[in-house]
Structure formats: C-alpha cells, structure tokens
Unconditional design. Sequence first.
Length: 227
Amino acid sequence: MGGVSHVARLLLQRRLLLPPANPRPGDPRRRGGRRVGHQPGWLGLAAAFPPALLAGAERGGKFDSGAIFLCAQPVVLEDEVRFYYGAYSQGATGSDDSKLTTGIGLATLPRDRFAGLQPQPRSDQPTLKKPLEKVGQVTLRPLDLTGVRALELNADAAGGEVRVEVLDAAGKRLRGFSRDDAVAVTGDSLRHSVGWQQHRIGDLSAGNYMLRLHLSNATAYALTMRK
C-alpha cells in the first residue's frame, strides 16, 4: 500500500488551499485569522514544537538552559519525530567553561504535527446568520484521487469532531459524500479513518476532486492518501 502524505507544511505554504476570501480592510480580525475558500468561519494556525526545546531557558541551571545545537536532520519514526541535540547551561558567547554544564538531550513531537489548522474561538463576520464558536472549514485544491483506496486524517478531535466531504473539480458537492453523509472523526489519533455512511473513497470515478474538512473544536494536521 503506497501513501502520499499532505502534511500541514503544505497547508501553511498554501499549495493545497483555495485562494482566500480576505476580510474587508479595517476588519480587526484581518490579522487574527484567515478565511479560506468559502468557509463559514475563521481558521488559525496551531503551531507545535517540542516543549523540551523551548522550556530549557526557563529551567535555569539545567544543562540546556543556555544554548542548544540541533542535529541537521531529525529522526522520523512511524509515530513520532525525534530531535537529538547538544546543549550547555550558559550562553553561546561569554560563558565560563569551568562552570557550565553540558549534555545531550532528546525532544519528541507526534508525527506530522509541526503545525495544524483549527477554528478561531469565535467567528462573527457579517456574512454569518449567527456567531460560530470554534467552527470552521478548509477546502483543498483539486487532487487526483485515481487509485486512492483510503484516506487517513491526522487530527486531534478529542473535544469535537471533523467531517470530510468530497466536491467535484468545479466545487459542487457529490451525492453520498457530503458533510451530512460523512462519518464523524472524533478522538485524538495520527491515523483516523475517513469515511461516509454508504460510500468509500475508492467508489469515486478516476479524476480530480476537492476535499473539504469541517472542523468543530478540532485541529487537523495532515491528510494521507493510501493506494
């Protein structure tokens, strides 16, 4: 089974997103969120980095509270990414070699979770009938789903859910693959199965389609297509 992972890095570079519908000039939320495609809500970026690499300076006196030197290449495993690093307890310049402490450290991050997309806490733009709380959506650019037999979603939906619907290349919903037909993704997993009540992704005819993720109090990190 081959897999092609569209990780959050691609989302951040907007290589898979539809052109954004920008807020009007002067809207105070212009900097706080970004509307993508035709979503009924605002999405924000949920950046993540190993806490061990960020908290060293706050631990004062620890071997990695002064300077950290990362390996050029992280170690990518099935379920996590490992960052081995060397460090010492004083700054990069002006340190007293007779007093500093040195060591080798390890920081980890769940696989493909450098950054994710999550709804803004509240969306109340004029186009909405009523304000939305932690609800948003993102639509990916057309993807060739020929031969794809399964979709896996890396997402944290422990406090909510994610539903995936399929649109044709023109952006029209497909019968049986709508949001209402989708099986809700809940819980926190690197490999949620994406499906619909009566269909599988493999039931689609060969061609290009757009995937739309509906998020409710959830964060999506990566989408993998399995062939």
